[in-house]
Unconditional design. Structure first.
Length: 180
């Protein structure tokens, strides 16, 4: 019998002073049986960092032609393509051809090695941004995970402060590459 996804619900109050976006977002996240809670929270962080009424989660780990999150305009043009983890460079090249902007939110012990091995090839993708997450900050963020979350999120000067019933976390993604 196949294992089913675990559903997480989050109400996010986002105050992004860097982008001047303020709003409340009710989102539902499906955690695939093979997905860690850490990865789920990185997807949630990616949503917070790019919060917008048009931002959507992809269909998940099994959907190869979709990102973890994306934002499309009224005509269906992909404005933002967002991946979390350590994606394949071929997939990022394809995404860069389909979207105006592509972003990777890299995390985990293997992230520095992935970056060193792929930096030269990724530098040729002109509309790609690569950011990394500090493991200690990510651990604080993961500690906030719950099946139902009410989170207040403030972003100022690239620092994301996220608070909820389980505590607080401060996350400052480090830019490894910015679009040309």
């Amino acid at each position: 019998m196949a294992l089913k996804a675990t559903v997480y619900k989050a109400e996010l109050q986002v105050s992004d002073m860097d982008r001047h976006h303020y709003g409340t977002h009710a989102i539902t996240l499906a955690r695939h049986p093979s997905e860690t809670e850490e990865r789920l929270m990185v997807r949630l962080l990616a949503f917070v960092l790019h919060a917008d009424e048009r931002l959507e989660f992809g269909r998940g780990l099994s959907a190869e032609d979709e990102p973890d999150l994306w934002r499309r305009d009224d005509t269906g043009v992909i404005e933002e393509w967002i991946e979390v983890g350590l994606p394949d460079t071929r997939e990022l090249r394809k995404a860069a051809g389909r979207a105006r902007r592509v972003e990777v939110l890299a995390y985990g012990r293997a992230a520095p090695l992935w970056w060193e091995q792929n930096r030269e090839e990724l530098s040729r993708i002109r509309n790609l941004r690569v950011r990394s997450l500090d493991p200690a900050e990510l651990a604080m963020l993961t500690s906030l995970a719950a099946r139902k979350m009410y989170l207040s999120c403030t972003i100022e000067e690239r620092n994301a402060w996220i608070g909820g019933e389980a505590g607080t976390a401060s996350v400052t993604p480090l830019d490894w590459q910015v679009p040309a």
